[in-house]
Design a protein around this ligand. Structure first.
Ligand code: PAF
Length: 284
C-alpha cells in the first residue's frame, strides 16, 4: 500500500491506472478504523481493481464546540489495518493540502440539509460536501462507498453527485454493530465503562420501532414515541432527536403507506458523547 499526501500526485497515479482501464473505488474516512470502515474497504474490492481509502479528519465539518481536537487519531494503526485489507493507496493529505491559506469555496447542498443533523450541527453538511467534493476530485473514483450509519450524510452526498454531475456511483453499506448491537463508531472510544454498557439501549429502542412497524403501526408520531419511551427510561441519555421518516425523502407524513421504507433516525448524548444510529424498515 502506498501512502499519498499530495493531491497532484494522487491524481497522476489515478490517471495512469485509468489509462490502463482500471476501475477506481474510493472509501472516504476520517480514520481511527473500526470494523465498520473495514467492511467498506472489503466491499470496495468488489467494485474495482484500485481501492483508495482517504484518511482526513476534516476540520470544516466540526462545529466550534465539537470534538475536532480530540477526535481519535492513530495513523500507524490505520496504516497497518488498511494495508492488511489490501488497500492500494491511502490518501492522507495534511490540512494545508486540503485547505491552503486563502481557501474561500464552500459546497452547499440544498436538499436534505435542513433537518436533523443539518439543524443540530449547523454548517456540518457544508463541510462534508466541500471535503467530499475535494476528495472526489483528488481520487477521481468510478465508485465511492459510504456507511449507512451516517444516513443523512449519504443522502446529501447522493444529491451532491447528482446535481453537480459527478460521474461516480455511490454505494451505501450497512451498519456494522458490536455483538450487543451498538453501532460501530470511532467516537465509541469516548464512552466510559458505564456509558458503554448503556449504549446498546439505542439499538434496542430502534428495534422496538421496527417491531411496531412490522406489527402494523403506521402512525409516525406513535413510532417515534415507542422509541422515545424506551430511551427515556435511562436518564443518562440526553435525546437530541428521534425521527421516523421516509428513507428516500426524509419527509414526515402523519402516516406511512404500505411498501414505504421508513428510516428511524436517532441522535443522543451519552455524557459528552454524541451518538447517532438508524434502522430501516419497510411498512407491510
Ligand atoms: O463519514 C465520514 O467519515 C466523513 O464525514 C467523510 C465522508 C469522510 C467526510 O469527511
Amino acid at each position: 500500500m502506498v501512502v499519498v499526501e499530495k493531491v497532484k500526485e494522487m491524481q497522476k497515479i489515478i490517471d495512469s491506472h485509468r489509462s490502463e482501464g482500471k476501475r477506481i473505488v474510493c472509501v472516504p474516512t476520517m480514520g481511527y478504523f473500526h470494523k465498520g470502515h473495514l467492511s467498506l474497504m472489503e466491499l470496495a474490492r468488489e467494485y474495482g481493481e484500485i481501492v483508495v481509502t482517504t484518511l482526513f479528519v476534516n476540520p470544516t465539518q466540526f462545529g466550534p464546540n465539537e470534538d475536532f481536537e480530540r477526535y481519535p487519531r492513530n495513523f500507524q494503526r490505520d496504516f497497518e489495518l488498511a494495508q492488511s485489507f489490501g488497500i492500494d493507496y491511502l490518501f492522507a493529505p495534511k490540512i494545508e493540502e486540503m485547505y491552503p491559506d486563502n481557501f474561500y469555496t464552500k459546497v452547499i447542498v440544498g436538499k436534505f440539509t435542513d433537518k436533523f443533523e443539518g439543524v443540530k450541527r449547523p454548517g456540518h453538511f457544508d463541510g462534508v460536501a466541500t471535503v467530499v467534493t475535494k476528495l472526489f476530485n483528488a481520487t477521481k473514483p468510478d465508485v465511492a462507498i459510504f456507511g449507512q450509519k451516517d444516513f443523512q450524510q449519504a443522502l446529501v452526498i447522493k444529491q451532491l453527485v447528482k446535481e453537480l454531475l459527478f460521474d461516480i456511483k455511490i454505494i451505501v453499506a450497512p451498519i456494522v454493530r458490536e455483538a450487543d448491537g451498538l453501532a460501530m463508531s470511532s467516537r465509541n472510544v469516548y464512552l466510559s465503562e458505564e456509558e458503554r454498557k448503556l449504549a446498546p439501549r439505542i439499538f434496542e429502542a430502534l428495534n422496538l420501532g421496527i417491531k411496531a412497524v412490522q406489527n402494523g403501526e403506521r402512525r409516525r408520531k406513535q413510532i417515534n414515541s415507542i422509541v422515545l419511551q424506551h430511551l427515556r427510561q435511562f436518564r443518562e441519555f440526553f435525546i437530541d432527536y428521534v425521527a421516523a421518516v421516509d428513507s428516500e425523502t426524509l419527509d414526515e407524513p402523519e402516516e406511512f403507506s404500505p411498501g414505504q421504507t421508513v428510516v428511524i433516525l436517532v441522535a443522543v448524548y451519552l455524557g459528552k458523547t454524541r451518538l447517532i444510529d438508524n434502522v430501516l424498515v419497510t411498512v407491510p
